[in-house]
Design a protein around this ligand. Structure first.
Ligand code: FAD
Length: 317
């Protein structure tokens, strides 16, 4: 079922999760263990992130270096299929522009269609680890909106090869990213929202937000999106913040503010258990407020902290 259909049918706030594929060489067991724990809350869908290949230098026997491409977390599509098979819930692969030609993207979409996956989250992706700015593949897309356009074309049965007449129409429901505190490259919020709106105008069905730790950012974002004429569901992305280190790492990586009260409480912690407690209480308070405001979904970036998300959900439902 498509995300948009889940949202239309839901009588109350639904739960969704985001997970990462395991690093190469590791099995799927730990991912299954985490999801086994959280299935009690009947998530409507599980997003699976996509990780672009990185260029690394490997030392040869003669002492020289060669540049090789490695993908540390392969398997997004396989994991989606495994999740759907094991849990009978929708799995949503993330698709990124970075590192992909349009043809590779088309082939990936055809694979997804054949597997019966009809939800995707269309993203640009970040710059490669060895680059300062995002550089598209020479035959790929520069912005997520171009990727949305390609998916929509396939939904109309239009393939890259003009010779394909009456091509089978895919039926993807497309989500895109939104930033309650602005994407770090945007000059201001209005420009940022306008670019997000372009993705919606091209046919994307809903927005999933970057994490935020102050609900006011989310509520202001909803208001601003409405003012800009965006009328699709905007799903709040929530992450447990459980360590002192994250107080500096998360703002740096994701351009998000950590409220003073959360910083103060986290700075008092002496061990992991204290950190989990502070993170649980903060996330719980955020969720209660969001539920009070009847948000369509609570979307959890479960990443490494499924137990914290479990404890929060146990308290809520
Ligand atoms: P875009 O919508 O293309 O926007 C990128 C920047 O360009 C923004 O500043 C925007 O304002 C600007 N812009 C957009 N269109 C135009 C235009 N036409 N002209 C000029 N400027 C424009 N990354 C991954 O690698 N893998 C993942 O699985 C992943 N999952 C994510 C899930 C969510 C919910 C979110 C919020 C982010 C995720 N990301 C992921 C990170 C995301 O790829 C980065 O934030 C990336 O820097 C931007 O992606 P985007 O899709 O928002 O890009």
């Amino acid at each position: 079922m498509k995300v948009i259909e889940h949202l239309a049918q839901a009588k109350e706030t639904i739960i969704s999760l985001e997970v990462l594929p395991p690093t190469k060489g590791k099995g799927i067991e730990s991912l299954n263990k985490n999801l086994d724990l959280l299935m009690e809350f009947k998530p409507a869908f599980v997003n699976v992130t996509y990780h672009r290949a990185e260029q690394v230098f490997k030392k040869r026997n003669d002492g020289s270096f060669e540049r090789v491409e490695i993908r540390k977390r392969p398997g997004t599509v396989g994991i989606c299929a495994a999740i759907m098979n094991r849990y009978k819930v929708e799995a949503i692969p993330h698709l990124i522009c970075g590192g992909f030609s349009k043809e590779e993207t088309e082939n990936a979409l055809i694979d997804l269609h054949f597997l019966g996956l009809n939800n995707v989250l269309a993203l640009r992706g970040d710059a490669a680890a060895n680059e300062k700015f995002f550089n598209p593949h020479p035959h790929g897309h520069r912005y997520a909106e171009d990727l949305v356009r390609q998916v929509m074309e396939l939904n109309r049965g239009h393939y890259l090869e003009d010779e394909i007449m009456d091509g089978i129409k895919t039926d993807f429901c497309v989500g895109v990213a939104g930033y309650p505190e602005k994407h770090f490259e945007s000059p201001n919020m209005d420009v940022d929202v306008d670019f997000t709106k372009r993705k919606i105008d091209l046919g994307a069905d809903y927005v999933t937000t970057q994490m935020f730790f102050n609900n006011e950012h989310y509520f202001n974002y909803l208001k601003r999106c409405k003012e800009h004429g965006m009328n699709v569901p905007i799903l709040p992305g929530l992450k447990p913040l459980t360590t002192k280190g994250q107080l500096t790492i998360l703002p740096k990586i994701f351009n998000v503010e950590v409220p003073v009260e959360l910083c103060n409480e986290m700075n008092k912690t002496k061990n992991d258990a204290d950190g989990d407690k502070v993170g649980t209480e903060w996330l719980l308070a955020q969720c209660k407020d969001l539920l009070k405001n009847k948000v369509p979904v609570l979307h959890f970036y479960t990443l490494g902290k499924p137990q914290v998300v479990y404890n929060v959900l146990k308290e809520l439902f």
